[in-house]
Design a protein. Structure first.
Length: 164
């Protein structure tokens, strides 16, 4: 059984975002870090993992991708593409994967090859649904348009992440 000092130490480490060598969340056993999306139209981001902590931010963009960096009970420590974040209740988050386009007028190709037909162009900041990913490309869907984009032009997917 852990003593009060040990529990306080572990809680302080969680708040600092340190995860030692583990690569799985202590609550969900899901990979860490990982990406999720904002389920609600807006969500409060708190300074700590409880309703008694002050609200530092309010994210107001449904489907916005967020990176989970820590877990504590029903709370997830998240950050956005600008590094802003804090603790959110898990009920405000979805496992549905989305990405934010990081390059203006990003071409979506019919196949993961820049020599193939362009299906659409996306403006910087557009949120798209994430489909399969190979080592360099990801398939996206937005407003009925689908296509492949280079992974390094997106925020919300890990550089070495493969999705089928």
């Amino acid at each position: 059984m852990l003593g009060r000092a040990a529990i306080s130490f572990l809680f302080a480490i969680l708040l600092a975002g340190t995860t030692f060598a583990q690569d799985r969340g202590p609550v969900t056993n899901l990979p860490m870090p990982r990406f999720v999306s904002l389920k609600a139209a807006e969500g409060n981001v708190r300074r700590g993992p409880s309703l008694s902590h002050r609200i530092d931010w309010v994210f107001k963009r449904r489907d916005m991708p967020l990176e989970v960096t820590a877990e504590y009970g029903h709370w997830r420590r998240v950050r956005d593409r600008d590094g802003q974040g804090g603790w959110m209740h898990y009920s405000l988050l979805s496992g549905a994967r989305t990405v934010i386009v990081e390059r203006d007028m990003l071409a979506l190709f019919s196949k993961p090859d820049p020599k193939t037909r362009e299906n659409a162009r996306l403006e910087m900041g557009v949120i798209a649904r994430l489909g399969e990913c190979d080592p360099q490309w990801c398939r996206l869907s937005v407003d009925g348009r689908r296509g492949w984009a280079r992974k390094d032009t997106l925020w919300g997917v890990l550089p070495d992440e493969i999705r089928e």
